[in-house]
Design a protein around this ligand. Structure first.
Ligand code: ARG
Length: 443
């Protein structure tokens, strides 16, 4: 196969090496970014008088035709296209096939090193936008679900019932996580939005190219500061992988809750049939596979992050072929996280909450014990003593199989004479949420 770089080679590349070296089977998905970047580069070369403007325009026109043909399916991005080591080669070879010698001028003042860097930045920018929209949609779905079921529920520490909260507030915790995720993505997007086009191989070019023009044409805020860094920086992919890893931590924790809550032991929620599956042997089973898969897929996203960190850590400046390894992991993570967010939006939007079961479980587990101690403190009892008194009340209730609110005032007084009618305000789970800063939970 003829190579774009074949001039200095005396013999053919080994066939196995050719496959080993090729990134086309996975980087073909950059076709749009690659063509868009090439159009901006060609037009700039024309404006600067580096190549004739008529040829620059012919290149841009043919590139637009190639893009249209790829999108219509007329030009196939087959898994192993002849002459294509990567998407950049594929597009250039196709351009020259269609346009002849003028096509060979496109690569003036450019290297595949800045080309792949600009392609990846544009691709990553688009991914950030898609992820931001999905994170936002999930956050809205959680808000809506919370508003649909304004019921009380137990809050847990150590997975033991702890204090009363509300279901909307619980959903609010996940919304807070997602709001941070969104900010992180927005920040990563802003940081990455500088154009490496024009850095060329590593040291710029003797041609008087206009980096500001191509940066603007491609929607970047400015050209990168340093050529060496511009071609070899993959921080933005690491950052996005890290943002996505945290999203997966959050989705995985939410999944774990939904798996527990949909079990017969909890019965807090019911997953819609559309997001559950059955068992091949046990006819009664309805399994929460969507959430289990989301929880499970978090592992591969963390792996993708670790893979790129490891690939980058020992690399001298500037471009090294190791960097081709940035793609599969990043693409895998983006595909995975987008799929997980979409599925979770469906799971949450269709979720049914068993308000009665949730409310009933608030009544078991002494979720008002801390508030009884708060009451005693308000009556002047030192907190440590109050803690001890309520602890003894809890033991007595446990022995009798009752809740604190089932005790009469006389019975309470036996533990401390300071108890009066006012205690019942602190025992009622709705009233509790009206007190002190707990009111914030209802806002
Ligand atoms: N396929 C390569 C990559 O993904 C493109 C850059 C090739 N540059 C080079 N000097 N061989 O990184």
């Amino acid at each position: 196969m003829a190579k774009l770089w074949g001039g200095r080679f005396r013999s053919e590349e080994n066939r196995v090496m050719e496959d080993f070296n090729s990134s086309f089977p996975f980087d073909y998905r950059l076709y749009k970014q690659d063509i868009t970047g090439s159009i901006a580069h060609a037009l700039m070369l024309g404006h600067q008088g580096i190549i004739p403007e008529t040829e620059a325009e012919a290149i841009a026109k043919t590139l637009r035709e190639i893009l249209a043909d790829i999108e219509s399916g007329a030009l196939e991005l087959s898994a192993r296209a002849e002459d294509a080591e990567d998407i950049h080669t594929f597009v250039e070879v196709e351009l020259t096939k269609r346009l002849g010698d003028a096509g060979k001028k496109l690569h003036t003042g450019r290297s595949r090193n800045d080309q792949v860097a600009v392609d990846m930045r544009m691709y990553a920018r688009g991914c950030a936008d898609e992820l931001i929209a999905l994170v936002d949609a999930l956050e809205k779905a959680l808000e809506k679900k919370g508003a649909e079921y304004p019921c009380l529920m137990p809050g847990y520490t150590h997975l033991q019932r702890a204090q009363v909260v509300t279901f909307p507030y619980y959903m609010g915790a996940y919304r807070s996580m997602l709001k941070r995720d969104k900010k992180r993505l927005e920040n990563s997007r802003e940081l990455l939005n500088e154009s490496p086009l024009g850095c060329s191989a590593l040291a710029g070019t003797t041609h008087k190219i206009n980096r500001a023009e191509t940066a603007e044409a491609l929607g970047f805020s400015k050209p990168v500061d340093n050529f060496l860094d511009g071609v070899s920086d993959r921080d933005y992919l690491v950052e996005l992988l890290s943002d996505m890893s945290l999203i997966m931590v959050h989705l995985s924790r939410l999944s774990e809750e939904l798996i527990l809550w949909s079990s017969a032991e909890f019965r807090f929620v019911e997953i819609d049939d559309a997001y559950a599956t059955g068992s091949s042997i046990m006819p009664q089973k309805k399994n929460n596979d969507a959430c289990e898969l989301v929880r499970g897929k978090s592992g591969r996203v963390f792996g993708d992050l670790m893979g790129l960190l490891t690939a980058m850590k020992g690399l001298p400046l500037a471009y090294n072929k190791d960097m081709q390894e940035d793609k599969e992991g990043f693409f895998d993570a983006v595909d995975t996280v987008k799929a997980c967010l979409s599925i979770m939006i469906g799971v949450i939007s269709t979720l049914k909450v068993n308000e009665k079961v949730m409310a009933a479980s608030v009544k078991r587990g002494f979720l008002n014990a801390t508030e009884v101690a708060d009451y005693l403190v308000a009556k002047g009892v030192p907190f440590r003593d109050a803690h001890g008194i309520v602890g003894r009340i809890v033991i007595a209730c446990e022995d009798r199989g009752v809740a604190i609110e089932d005790l009469t005032l006389e019975e309470l007084k036996a533990f401390d004479p300071v108890f009066d009618e006012g205690i019942y305000d602190y025992l009622d789970y709705h009233q509790i949420l009206q007190k002190g800063i707990k009111k914030e939970m209802l806002e």
